[in-house]
Each structure stands twice: as structure tokens, then as C-alpha cells.
Design a protein. Sequence first.
Length: 95
Amino acid sequence: MKNAYPFRSRLHDAELTSLIEEEIRNTFTAKNMVLVGWYHSHPETIATPTLRDIEAQLDYEVQIKGPTVESYIPCVGIICCKTFFYFSIIHLKNY
């Protein structure tokens, strides 16, 4: 991993989130980098994935799946909280 692109977002501000994600995607595409995962926090609860988190994971998996099965790149999701974190790897493959 070369870079992380943090930004603040709220659940009710989907439009701004989409714009920021697009800007970040354009930045790493211009640098010839690929998305390998995402992270966010649950500051007031445990780091168990919510339905929204699971949907986000699936969205990222679809975005980076590649044109063929052989070009599939796994997506890592990390959810942090104050006292515990949940680390999710949907699929691991030896390269």
C-alpha cells in the first residue's frame, strides 16, 4: 500500500461522499495505482459491520473486480472503533 486518502463524511451526505470518492479515484488512477481497500470508524459502537458497511464492501468488490476472474483483486475493509477493530478480507488469493 502506497497511499491512504482519508476524508470526513456523514451518512446523510451521500452526494458529497460520491464526489470525494470520485476525486480520490481519479487521483489514484492518474498515479497508476489501484484501490485495495477502504476503512472507516464506528466511534460510538463496536466495529461490527452494519448492513451499509456490507453493501459498501460489495460495491468496492464490484468496482475492482477486473475484466476476468484471473485479474480479480481482493478488497480489504477495515472498521475501527475506540477499543476494538474488525478486519474483513472477503477473499484471499495467492499471487
